[in-house]
Design a protein around this ligand. Structure first.
Ligand code: HEC
Length: 268
């Protein structure tokens, strides 16, 4: 399965906070040469990010989400490293790392994502970000509901990232259903059935490589990122997983508000 590139959208306060992070980082990243910076970043990464239940050597996933080759944009990486992700194991590193280390590690993770020329000067968010309209009324309510902490792992942001918030378990949302009824019968063609030693599970495969197979096991909530030896888990198309099972924390009016929000920030 091929994943679409991450579509980067900014909205509301995310824009303000993330661009502040990117500009803050810009102050310290200027003079040093890129190669040194990336080397320094790799060291910081090995010491702070690749340990224990975290991102693995070269960002290839330990227990936490894989960071390499995810198509992350640098401003997103800078934002997440600086702020952390609320209610997950990802802490904010704003005060844990020195400024130069922070810039270096962001540059390093950027290179893992194919950004060969990370922006160490930082010119702020991409141009599209600035033209993102401010959200109003119903869309603001939808945005809050999408990441609503009260829903626990039942919230949409458990599996979807929009505008820098949430965990991108599923590929970026490209098509927003026309209405709540359509959302409830959403097809999930990329969810397959994996089986391993007689047990089967709904799975979203990220990569099937020569060295390992990386997939999300959707039988758990939140979905678990797994890294299996090639061939140890067999996949067939189709599954008995239904997206409706993932959205039950919301009533119809709330789902309608969320769709209004998605329509405001996602252009097909
Ligand atoms: C437990 C994980 C999970 C949660 C929670 C979840 N989704 Fe999903 N969603 C998925 C998966 C997995 C897919 C992709 C299925 C596929 O590609 O086959 C998906 C697909 C979608 C799509 C289709 C995207 C496209 O481009 O076709 C939309 C829209 C969507 N989800 C909206 C929502 C909304 C709104 C919520 C919250 C009310 C939500 N999802 C909660 C896992 C989840």
């Amino acid at each position: 399965m091929k994943r679409k590139p991450v579509l980067w959208r900014w909205f509301g306060s995310g824009l303000v906070r993330l661009s502040a992070a990117a500009c803050g980082l810009a102050l310290c990243g200027s003079a040093q040469n890129l190669e040194d910076m990336v080397k320094q970043g790799e060291q910081v990464f090995t010491q702070s990010c690749a340990t224990g239940y975290c991102h693995g050597v070269r960002g290839n996933a330990g227990g936490a989400p894989r960071l390499a080759a995810r198509g992350f944009e640098q401003a997103y990486i800078a934002g997440v490293v600086t702020r952390g992700i609320p209610d997950t194991g990802m802490p904010s590193f704003a005060t844990r790392l020195s400024r130069p280390d922070l810039v270096a590690v962001v540059a390093y993770v950027a290179t893992l994502n194919g950004i060969t020329d990370p922006n160490l000067g930082g010119s702020g968010p991409p141009a599209t970000a600035r033209s993102q309209p401010a959200l109003t009324g119903e869309a603001v309510r939808g945005a809050r509901l999408f990441t609503d902490a009260v829903r626990g792992f039942g919230r949409c942001s458990t599996c979807h990232e929009v505008g820098g918030f949430g965990i991108p378990v599923a590929a970026p949302i490209g098509n927003v259903p026309a209405n709540v009824a359509a959302l409830k019968v959403l097809a999930t063609p990329n969810v397959r059935t994996g089986s391993e030693a007689g047990e089967s599970m709904p799975a979203l495969v990220l990569s099937e490589g020569k060295q390992n197979t990386v997939f999300y096991d959707l039988s758990a909530t939140p979905p678990v990122l797994r890294n299996a030896a090639p061939g140890s888990v067999k996949f067939v198309d189709g599954s008995n997983w239904h997206h409706t099972s993932a959205i039950g924390a919301y009533d119809d009016a709330e789902l309608a508000a969320i769709l209004t929000f998605l329509r405001a920030v996602i252009q097909p």
